[in-house]
Ligand binder design. Structure first.
Ligand code: KIV
Ligand code: NA
Length: 266
């Protein structure tokens, strides 16, 4: 199988085949998800709170993400790799967006970029697409604006549903190949999905989106504390990895590790 590209994702919208997207920030995650047949990997700015230890995505820079993106693309043979444009790296002008996206395509070896915002981002999206860069939109709750939105809150309730649809259509008309909808009521997401020609990718947006995306450390149960409502844990990696570390340390303390089979003879 060759590299997944925009037309493959578009085809799945038309045939009604739903697909899954995961974040990836390093080689092994990319390799494993690629082998599992995940068609699209996101080098998210969620690296801020899943790799770099920040509280939000706001402090994430292009320099933080470009090397991760390069690692993911190098390891993923089939998946389409989408790079998130970090806060402050594209909102100043279409020219700034193009310069940043170009770095991700060249140095990061990304296949597409993602940016947050609806109608306001139309000029940026148009220039990137004209330059040959596939763009994924991101509307609803947009973490880079969380200080304006007042924290992690559901967007697109009530009259917000019309605004969500207008944003989604504006992004589609500007040339986006897909749109992420984050934390919006399921009926609003369904309405957008039915209205758009391009795929919608939901996270906390109900079952009717064309695709779903999750942060892999959430899905694998690596993260501590309470996960958001939209997360499903398919693994309890935090417990398993902690137990493995304790077992290893215990065997080092007792002398059980390393055994003869781990040691070299004269
Ligand atoms: O950064 C990220 O992981 C994202 C997804 C949750 C859509 O933007
Ligand atoms: Na993001």
């Amino acid at each position: 199988q060759k590299r997944i590209r925009v037309p493959h994702l578009q085809k799945m919208k038309e045939t009604g085949e739903k697909w899954a997207m995961l974040t990836a920030y390093d080689m092994y995650a990319a390799e494993i998800f690629d082998e599992a047949g995940i068609p699209c990997l996101l080098v998210g700015d969620s690296a801020g709170n899943n790799v770099y230890g920040f509280e939000t995505t706001v402090p994430v820079t292009v320099d933080h993400l470009v090397p991760l993106c390069r690692a993911v693309t190098s390891a993923a043979k089939h998946a389409m790799v989408v790079a998130d444009l970090p806060f402050g790296s594209y909102q100043a002008s279409p020219q700034q967006a193009l310069a940043t996206a170009t770095r991700f395509m060249k140095e990061g070896m990304a296949h597409a970029v993602k940016l947050e915002g609806g109608m306001a981002m139309v000029p940026e999206v148009e220039l990137l697409v004209r330059a040959g860069i596939p763009v994924m939109g991101h509307i609803g709750f947009t973490p880079q604006s969380e200080h304006v939105l007042g924290g992690y809150r559901v967007q697109g309730r009530g009259a917000g549903a019309d605004r969500l649809l207008e944003d989604a259509i504006a992004l589609q008309e500007a040339g986006c190949f897909a749109v992420v909808m984050e934390m919006v009521p399921a009926p609003a997401a369904k309405r957008v999905t039915e209205a758009l020609r391009i795929p919608t990718v939901g996270i906390g947006a109900g079952p009717d989106c064309d695709a779903q995306v999750l942060v892999w450390q959430d899905m694998a149960g690596l993260r501590g504390g309470r996960a958001p409502r939209f997360v499903k844990k398919y693994l309890d990696m935090r417990t398993d990895l902690g137990n493995a570390a304790r077992a290893y340390a215990g065997e080092v303390a007792s002398g059980a590790f390393p055994a003869a089979e781990h040691s070299f003879e004269e």
